[in-house]
Design a protein. Structure first.
Ligand SMILES: Cc1ncc(COP(=O)(O)O)c(C=O)c1O
Length: 385
């Protein structure tokens, strides 16, 4: 059976389409006025001092680390329950990722286990707000202050996330958001780096475009040509105006999208509340989630099925599903290169075998959500021990 209820579909209206057409007709396609406008809007939305448009969240994560110029072999603490980009950028800078186990329920880094992993080489903590639930940022900030560490947040899932009524994007030293196709808002590919420190903002702004002192818009702008100087060996991470055209209008819809995601998440919670074989997401009292993805964990000891078989059964009924994630400490590269083992992070190892992600996005209908609940509960009944 083919998938007729996909894992994700973006919500794009005529305002996004018209803005892209306007950009194409303007003749200015790369970083320029639309990117500037999107950055200004994003800054206001988060309430931070600087927002830098980028071609991905990965670029923001990399710039955060690259800007610090930590000595080779320095250690950066992060979670194994994340997309590879979080840890890969640490490796790109010839640093060592140190995985700290996650807490049950939220599947976020367990702040209570961070200090035990700090050594003389530790330079930063990289929390990931998993599935859009904020990490315990006060606890992380306190550890960082005590040990003089930087905090770089991976907020790929966390647009609309708040911690103790404070929006994510303002809490760590640098925060990276994603506008990848399935994120809470999308530019196809794209990201934003938020920062309040002027010096770090200047440094990352220069590194985002090869290390040049001026971007193209400034070089060829209305005030006439002006030459750049090369200040550092930087990267090619700038956002295009074509992508920013989508972002400008997507950003205006965050509240509408959020309300739908929350409503569908609550429908899922309600639908599974009498199914003890399924563990549903926990939301702490300090948290507002962005409801980015809806993850269930199967209680495998109550079922005669593996997670992957269960996943295939859902797909066979026409519904797209995913896995977020199989822990990075279990992946061949990290096992071979950094000698990580399943026992390093037992909670993450356990969840890696039993999590699966159900479709959750504003383009779904109430009937779609009901159908997913029905299929999943029927499958639980089929495989119940
Ligand atoms: C937790 C996490 N971090 C980083 C990324 C990378 O985002 P991007 O694709 O915008 O580089 C993703 C993307 O899915 C993610 O889920």
């Amino acid at each position: 059976m083919s998938i007729d209820l996909p894992f994700h579909r973006a919500w794009l209206d005529d305002d996004e389409i018209n803005e892209v057409v306007d950009t194409l007709k303007s003749g200015w396609l790369t970083t320029g006025p639309k990117t500037h406008r999107f950055e200004e809007d994003f800054k206001e939305y988060i309430g931070c001092k600087h927002a830098l448009g980028l071609n991905s969240c990965t670029a923001g994560l990399h710039l955060s680390i690259a800007a610090m110029e930590f000595p080779e072999g320095s250690e950066v603490i992060t979670t194994p329950m994340t997309f590879p980009a979080t840890a890969n950028v640490i490796v790109h800078e010839r640093l060592r990722p140190v995985f700290v186990d996650i807490e049950p329920g939220t599947l976020n880094i367990d702040a209570g286990k961070i200090e035990a992993k700090i050594t003389g080489k530790t330079r930063a903590i990289f929390p990931v707000h998993f599935a859009g639930h904020p990490c315990d940022m006060d606890a992380i900030a306190e550890i960082a202050r005590k040990h003089n560490l930087m905090v770089f947040e991976d907020a790929a899932h966390a647009l609309e996330t708040s911690y103790k009524n404070r929006k994510i994007g303002n809490l760590g030293n640098l925060t990276s958001f994603s506008f990848y196709a399935n994120k809470n808002i999308t530019t196809g590919e794209g990201g934003m780096l938020t920062v309040n420190d002027d010096e770090l903002a200047d440094k990352t702004r220069i590194l985002r475009l090869h290390g040049l002192s001026k971007d193209a818009w400034k070089r060829f702008g209305k005030t006439g040509f002006s030459q750049w100087e090369l200040l550092a060996p930087g990267y090619k991470y700038n956002l295009t105006d074509i992508a920013a055209s989508l972002g400008i209008h997507q950003l205006k819809k965050t509240k509408k999208f959020f309300d739908l995601r929350k409503r569908y998440s609550e429908m899922y919670n309600e639908g599974f509340k009498d199914t003890p074989e399924i563990e549903t997401p926990v939301i702490k009292d300090y948290a507002q989630s962005s409801y980015h993805i809806y993850i269930i964990a199967l209680r495998l000891e109550r079922l005669n099925v593996t997670r992957d078989q269960f996943l295939n059964e859902i797909q066979a009924r026409g519904i797209g599903v995913a896995v977020h994630y199989v822990g990075l400490h279990l992946q061949p590269f990290y096992r071979e290169e950094f000698n990580t083992k399943p026992t390093d992070c037992p909670v993450a190892t356990d969840y890696s075998q039993r999590v699966l992600t159900l479709p959750l996005y504003p383009k779904m209908s109430v009937e779609d959500v009901s159908r997913v609940i029905e299929v999943v509960t029927e499958l639980v009944a089929k495989f119940r021990r």
